[in-house]
Write a protein that binds this ligand. Structure first.
Ligand SMILES: Cc1cc2nc3c(=O)[nH]c(=O)nc-3n(C[C@H](O)[C@H](O)[C@H](O)COP(=O)(O)OP(=O)(O)OC[C@H]3O[C@@H](n4cnc5c(N)ncnc54)[C@H](O)[C@@H]3O)c2cc1C
Length: 419
């Protein structure tokens, strides 16, 4: 979709290309599955079934209530230019947003607990001409996002930046990128950093008052679809008639038939690698859920996801810390420090709940190690963890390497197929 044009306007010019009673199944009730459902309903399709393994929709835009307040564990922030479509959906569903003006953006030293504001504006200005230059080059292409620039900026970020006259990726760009769960900048093609600076660094930031999940729940409720939560897709087989999907719902396993299927989220990425995983844990051993062709397997195997953890603590001793995001300087630049938290967030002024974000590697650095290192970091900055409230491991940010981006120029995380 063209984010600059209204959703109404864009759908008014489209028509369904299949009979409207085509049975369409969608695997995954996260933002991409629900966006597909939204588009299909708008186009007039009448038989859409959405299958979600968890008890609610929202995927990695997961919000939880802790001691009467709502916290976003994954998706949280909407920057002015990153989310025009989301802002439209918020308006349509009457979802209230709040500005995060009071949220500090600071670097914190683990060794001393000292923190100081990070200079986002100056750093942003220093890459602006590069950002505008790339944007100008893609202005007339009919592609958007990474797809539009994958040919222009597939080189690794440090090389790309140097070739364009800058000595290094400015600190707040690099730290903001890494703390958002996108990996360390030296490992990433510049195309991803460009998208980050273009969409996330300018203007006010906002979040949903009721939590990000509430938006997706409202969208799901507003659509004429058959929504099955607590329904895990175990297997997917294509045949000459359509697709047979084996699902598990409250311990019962049964088959569902569709004419077309759309798969979303990380479902097709079972064959992919984990970012910075040791060779022994390189390919996750998971049951074969899809009858993939050799080409599909080859495509999916090029995609890496990051193990990105959100750990929530109740902390004593940091009551005076202002609300905001704090980047741990010691762990921001060297992937050798993976496991230690890259960032900490105090969400509300009047609570002692803190969120910590850390990378794992699916090998020797998993949940318990991440928790241990996060507790150590909190202690180093003067706090004491009273309680580990919860932890999530997200399989986040499907991405490809510099070589992968050239080979699979145009790879999309929403991959639909049928026979
Ligand atoms: C730590 C973190 C911070 C983030 N910060 C932001 C932010 O500030 N702003 C922002 O806009 N975005 C942010 N994001 C990104 C945002 O959350 C994702 O881009 C978005 O959730 C991706 O949507 P998706 O539908 O592609 O995948 P997902 O959200 O992963 O949804 C996939 C869905 O499929 C379901 N599923 C998987 N397997 C099966 C199966 N076998 N059967 C049935 N269902 C299945 C899952 O349960 C899930 O609900 C963040 C993400 C993380 C992890």
């Amino acid at each position: 979709m063209d984010p600059a044009r209204s959703i109404e306007d864009q759908f008014s010019k489209l028509h369904p290309c299949l009979p409207v009673n085509t049975r369409i199944g969608i695997v995954g009730g996260g933002p991409s599955g629900l966006s597909a459902a939204y588009a299909l309903c708008r186009l007039g399709y009448k038989d859409i079934t959405l299958l979600e393994k968890r008890r609610t929709v929202g995927g990695m835009c997961e919000s939880v209530e802790i001691e009467g307040k709502v916290y976003d564990l994954g998706g949280q922030v909407l920057a002015a230019s990153s989310a025009p479509v989301i802002f439209q959906l918020a308006k349509e569903t009457g979802s209230e947003l709040e500005e995060m003006d009071s949220h500090k953006l600071a670097v914190i030293e683990c060794s001393s607990g000292k923190y100081q504001d990070i200079n986002v504006a100056d750093d942003y200005v220093s890459v602006m001409s590069l950002t505008l230059d790339i944007q100008e080059k893609v202005k007339n292409s009919d592609r958007i996002g990474i797809h539009a620039i994958s040919e222009l900026a597939s080189d690794l970020s440090p090389e790309y930046i140097e070739r364009h006259g800058l000595k290094f990726v400015p600190k707040s760009v690099a730290y903001g990128y890494t703390a958002s769960g996108y990996g360390f900048v030296q490992d990433m093609p510049y195309a991803y950093l460009h998208e980050f600076t273009r969409t996330s660094m300018a203007g006010k930031i906002r979040r949903f008052k009721g939590g990000y999940t509430s938006l997706w729940q409202k969208i799901a409720e507003s659509l004429p679809l058959k929504l099955h939560c607590n329904t895990e897709v175990l297997a997917l087989r294509r045949n000459s008639e359509g697709v047979t999907v084996t699902v598990k719902n409250s311990d019962e396993v049964h088959a569902m038939e569709f004419d077309k299927i759309i798969i979303s989220g990380n479902f097709p990425l079972k064959y992919g690698r984990t970012y910075w995983s040791p060779p022994s844990a390189c390919i996750e051993q998971e049951t074969e859920v899809m009858d993939v062709s050799d080409l599909e397997r080859e495509l999916f195997s090029k995609v890496e996801t990051n193990d990105y953890y959100t750990t929530v603590f109740k902390v004593k001793g940091l009551e005076d810390m202002p609300v905001g995001f704090y980047y741990f300087t010691e762990f921001m630049e060297d992937p050798g420090t993976i496991g230690n938290p890259v960032a900490l967030q105090k969400f509300y002024a009047d609570t002692d709940i803190f969120l910590l974000w850390s990378y794992g590697n699916s090998g020797d650095i998993k949940g318990p190690t991440v928790t241990k290192l996060a507790i150590k970091a909190v202690e180093a900055v003067g706090g004491k963890v009273q309680n580990v409230i919860l932890q999530r491991r997200f399989k986040y940010f499907p991405h490809v390497s510099s070589q992968g981006i050239s080979i699979f120029n145009g790879f999309s995380i929403l991959f639909s197929f049928t026979k």
